[in-house]
Write a protein that binds this ligand. Sequence first.
Ligand code: FMN
Length: 189
Amino acid sequence: MADPTVEDLQALSERPSAPVRTETSRAARPHIVGPDIPQSPFPIFLAGAVQKGFGRGGKDLGVPTANLPDESITPMTHVCQPGVYFGYAQVAGLPGEEAKVHPMVMSLGWNPFYKNERLTAEIHIMSDFKADFYQHDMKTLVLGYIRPELDYISREALIEDIQTDKRVALNSLARPGYEKFAEDAHFDL
Ligand SMILES: Cc1cc2nc3c(=O)[nH]c(=O)nc-3n(C[C@H](O)[C@H](O)[C@H](O)COP(=O)(O)O)c2cc1C
């Protein structure tokens, strides 16, 4: 049977607890994921005004994230399981390089390490941004799945996995079947 989608899990009175990442499973992580071209349900296009998160991403983890509004993520929640995804994102109304389409990693779910009660779709855009961009419009194309949401024995272990996610995303996007989506008509080019 297919893994339960985010919507399937939302309908449960109690969600199953996430597995804890072990050293052995971390060491065995692949460096590239998915087929050579995105396959259904990808690409998934999402857009909305950037929301404030709980504020831990930048301060606590060194990985600032921009949250998508709840109503904008339904195209993803009814076909995808919670987890970490990769693709491209673009933020409107920023100067120069910052306005371009950049690689991104996304965490969709309840962040088991922080035991969030609220479902979030958090996007870390891989570029240097000088200022925050709350309320700016953000467009994103989700192109593939990296891994499930996990629980961790320490903040350091979570940070290490997020750093690996970023490398996996860049490797996975550096294939012609994915690179071309940086110039997709959904973005402002
Ligand atoms: C690429 C990526 C992967 C993540 N993976 C997990 C995970 O497996 N488990 C988890 O509990 N949180 C995960 N997180 C979420 C972080 O816990 C989250 O960004 C943090 O709670 C900061 O949120 P805040 O800025 O809203 O406070 C991930 C975040 C990113 C960007």
